[in-house]
Write a protein that binds this ligand. Structure first.
Ligand SMILES: Cc1cc2nc3c(=O)[nH]c(=O)nc-3n(C[C@H](O)[C@H](O)[C@H](O)COP(=O)(O)OP(=O)(O)OC[C@H]3O[C@@H](n4cnc5c(N)ncnc54)[C@H](O)[C@@H]3O)c2cc1C
Length: 494
């Protein structure tokens, strides 16, 4: 047994003799599956950490940008999918700044909540009148909601500090726990309605307002988990922005900046091999040139692996990688260029229709979730919204494709309709456990974060986490993974 003084010295000596963590050579090559925001952001962060010498191959079966995309109407481009970014989205802000892009100015417009027969809540031009109406209908529910959302957001914002200090999390539960303790983890297990009723929000406010916001963001009911609900309500409360020229420019910009090699092909599988005692991953894909495969030290999957969405498999892994319970919510976006039928909403004179955004309550007979009078991705200083009696571009969100009759109900007449159908967001009450982040030694799954909440900033946060996790694991810097009491640690670190 070593004498006491030697016992004290040994750890210090071992630390001196140890090869510095960062001395291990970086991975030679990394594959990223998917070139949406997740794939682009993780490529950028991986390169920031591992350096420019790492070969980055990004596989994409469709267009770069994934769910960030535009449609062209009358020679102008409009966001067809993910449109608005919350003011406090720090990674998205950073991407825009780094890439020399600009935030698009918000074109103000009023909102209202429609029940299928009448408007249950209408925004006016007067802030005080809006507050008075909210108070008149719902008491102080809106204040309670605001306080609840602010508390969640304040804790969520801790992630930026942790990430700036290089800390990463190996599971979504660990990540949530570090932000808000057990209460945050529980927010994935109970509904937003339950959480809000508990803090004193009235049932009427939940039915009229919370339901409308969740239908317009996730196309789902107030049964979505409290965490996903809070993120969606934060987006609806605060000011939002978008990227001038289209949100998808962030994806193409980040991939260009990292000089990632974009391979246009569909990944069909990842198989495990070993070389000199270390794991090596073979990515199999099909492209217009036929089938191919390549070997990588590390792989990041940024597309959903749940059965209804996944189109590739994992081979030679023990235990097998195949258990991703849950389903995805079908949703349809119709971009319609036409004349609104304001009579349907109780305004026979279209000139008097005041709303740019119509949300809906959870009424079975209603065939759409929300509709917005949208602006092009480039707006000049002189730009003004179309008057309600003019032909405008509307984005209608619905569960099913709109039939002719439904289109005629919403529009007096129209020039064009462009429809996109997707499995857009996780169906939030369908899976109780959260997906893993680490699938194997150096094989990571980014998209599971959508089971917490589905938004651009959540994906960016997950991309940074995966890059840090991959880096810390590669260099065996275990101190930087799943650390407890991080708020205290980051306060005391230089
Ligand atoms: C209608 C709608 C509205 C939304 N609105 C907002 C909003 O206003 N604000 C907000 O913050 N968020 C919004 N979102 C959510 C946001 O779009 C997503 O969270 C985000 O874009 C997801 O990015 P991602 O890279 O994880 O996934 P995706 O964008 O889906 O990217 C995954 C990529 O992987 C590719 N891929 C899939 N399988 C394979 C394979 N086998 N081989 C190769 N490539 C493959 C796909 O083609 C795709 O490009 C909205 C989403 C939808 C659908």
């Amino acid at each position: 047994m070593a004498p006491p003084c030697a016992a004290l010295l040994l750890p210090a000596l071992a630390a001196l003799l140890a090869v510095p963590a960062a001395a291990r050579a970086p991975p030679r090559s990394i594959a990223v599956v998917g070139a949406g925001l997740g794939g682009s952001a993780v490529s950028y962060f991986l390169q920031q950490h591992f350096g420019p010498q790492v070969q980055l191959d990004v596989y994409e079966q469709g267009g770069v940008g994934g769910r960030l995309a535009t449609v062209t109407v009358n020679k102008q481009q409009y966001e067809s999918r993910a449109a608005s970014i919350h003011a406090l989205s720090l990674h998205m802000q950073d991407f825009v700044k780094t890439l020399g892009l600009r935030q698009r100015r918000e074109v103000l417009g009023k909102s209202a909540v429609f029940s299928g027969e009448h408007f249950v809540l209408e925004e006016t031009d007067w802030y005080l009148l809006n507050l008075f109406r909210l108070w008149w209908h719902y008491g102080i529910s809106f204040l309670r909601l605001q306080m609840w959302v602010e508390e969640v957001m304040e804790k969520f914002m801790r992630i930026y500090k942790y990430q700036a200090h290089g800390y990463a999390f190996s599971s979504l539960e660990e990540l949530l726990h570090s932000l808000g303790g057990e209460a945050f983890v529980n927010m994935t297990r109970r509904s937003v309605a339950e959480a809000l009723l508990e803090v004193g929000v009235t049932q009427r406010f939940v039915d009229d307002v919370i339901a409308a916001v969740l239908r317009s963001s996730y196309g789902q009911s107030v049964l979505v988990p409290a965490f996903a609900g809070a993120m969606s309500l934060a987006g609806a409360q605060g000011s939002t922005w978008a990227v001038e020229g289209g949100n998808k420019l962030v994806c193409s910009g980040l991939l260009k900046l990292t000089k990632a090699n974009v391979i246009h092909g569909r990944v069909t599988g990842v198989s495990l091999h070993s070389s000199e005692g270390r794991a090596l991953y073979q990515v199999h894909y099909t492209s217009s040139e036929g089938q191919g495969s390549a070997f990588y030290d590390m792989v990041v999957v940024t597309t959903a692996l749940h059965p209804s969405r996944s189109n590739f498999s994992f081979q030679n892994f023990e235990p097998p990688i195949d258990n991703f319970p849950g389903t995805f919510q079908p949703s349809v976006t119709s971009v319609v260029h036409g004349y609104l039928n304001s009579s349907y909403f109780g305004f026979p004179d279209p000139k008097l229709f005041p709303f740019a955004s119509i949300l809906t309550t959870d009424t079975p007979a209603l065939f759409f979730n929300a509709m917005d009078n949208i602006c092009p991705v480039n707006v000049s200083a002189a730009f003004r919204r179309k008057q309600p009696q003019e032909a405008a571009v509307w984005r209608v969100l619905s569960q099913q494709p709109l039939d002719r009759q439904q289109l005629k109900t919403l529009f007096r007449s129209y020039y064009s309709v462009q429809v996109t159908e997707w499995q857009s967001h996780p169906h939030y009450d369908s899976a109780k456990s959260l997906p893993p982040i680490v699938l194997h030694e150096n094989l990571f799954y980014l998209s599971g974060v959508e089971w917490l909440a589905s938004s651009m900033e959540m994906i960016a946060v997950a991309a940074k986490n995966v890059a840090l996790l991959a880096y810390n694991r590669w260099h065996q810097d275990l101190e930087k993974i799943d650390q407890k009491d991080l708020m205290h640690k980051v306060k005391t670190e230089l």
